[in-house]
Design a protein around this ligand. Structure first.
Ligand code: DGL
Length: 273
């Protein structure tokens, strides 16, 4: 086993929401260790400019590479939107928009797909651009849902106010002329926690794509194919080291909620500078 194989996989997000992505990775990769960076000091990314988000992405990748990770997973959709096709990084970098796109293109029959995401992700149009490239003629309707992240952070995942808000956002993309949307992408780290609510409101006829879950399937396939070295069995526990750029008295509680049923080490404060 080489040193690179036993090195952790770095995962970063604007905050703790990306732990929903890490949860999927943990479920599919029982031997791997993870170094998670939550940039809580600068959250949210979803309301910031592409230039600022790009700068954050470069700093975060750089930080994780210096800590010796063997790959980086960009769990944040807004950050994934800031990656470019010609980017060259010192380690493999995986992001959530490609996998979410591929899952949605495979799922849709009506060829009309909705994307729910932050303002930054919607404004950049990365899901729409990539879906149209993969499946010419596909219709992509996007909806920025800036209010959902704070509600999820407050734990209001099963609440009539959140439900009403999701209903309103849905009003912008469902119905209308032409074929019906039959696939909806949850294009933000926090939305998987609202999956039961979405499911209830949408009924059984619309496929939900969780980009983080799709990404975890693709990373597991990369390891299975030997394109990313597999960790040896029986590493240290917990398998997640949690680093954040700001700590509050809610950090560990929120992390536990997003990562359940898995566990992380207590959050440790780091300086990206
Ligand atoms: N992690 C972000 C995303 O997936 C949501 C939170 C934020 O805006 O920073 O787009």
């Amino acid at each position: 086993v080489t040193a690179a194989a036993s090195a952790p996989i770095g995962v970063f997000d604007s905050g703790l929401g990306g732990l929903t992505v890490l949860r999927e990775l943990l479920a599919r990769l029982p031997n791997e260790r993870f170094l998670y960076l939550g940039d809580t000091a600068r959250l949210p990314y979803g309301s910031k400019s592409p230039e600022t988000i790009r700068r954050y992405v470069e700093q975060n990748v750089d930080f994780l590479v210096k800590r010796g990770v063997k790959a980086v997973v960009v769990a944040c959709n807004s950050a994934s939107s800031a990656l470019r096709p010609d980017d060259r990084w010192p380690v493999p970098v995986y992001e959530v928009i490609g996998p979410g796109t591929r899952a949605a293109v495979a799922a849709t029959q009506s060829r009309r797909v909705a994307v729910f995401a932050t303002r930054a992700t919607v404004a950049g149009g990365a899901y729409a651009i990539r879906m149209r490239a993969a499946a010419p003629g596909i219709t992509v309707v996007q909806e920025a849902c800036p209010l959902l992240v704070p509600f999820v952070e407050e734990g209001m995942v099963d609440d009539p106010v959140t439900s009403e808000m999701v209903r309103r956002y849905m009003g912008g993309v469902l119905g209308g002329p032409g074929p019906e949307v039959d696939t909806l992408i949850l294009g933000c780290t926090h939305y998987p926690l609202l999956e039961p609510l979405f499911r209830r409101l949408l009924g059984p006829g619309i496929a939900l794509v969780d980009s983080g879950r799709s990404l975890s399937v693709e990373v597991a396939a990369e390891i299975a194919a030997g394109r990313l070295p597999a960790a040896p069995q029986g590493g240290p526990h917990p398998r997640v080291e949690l680093l954040v750029t700001d700590v509050s008295d809610r950090t560990d509680e929120l992390a536990a909620r997003f990562l359940a049923p898995h566990r992380a080490s207590p959050a440790r404060l780091v300086d990206l500078g």
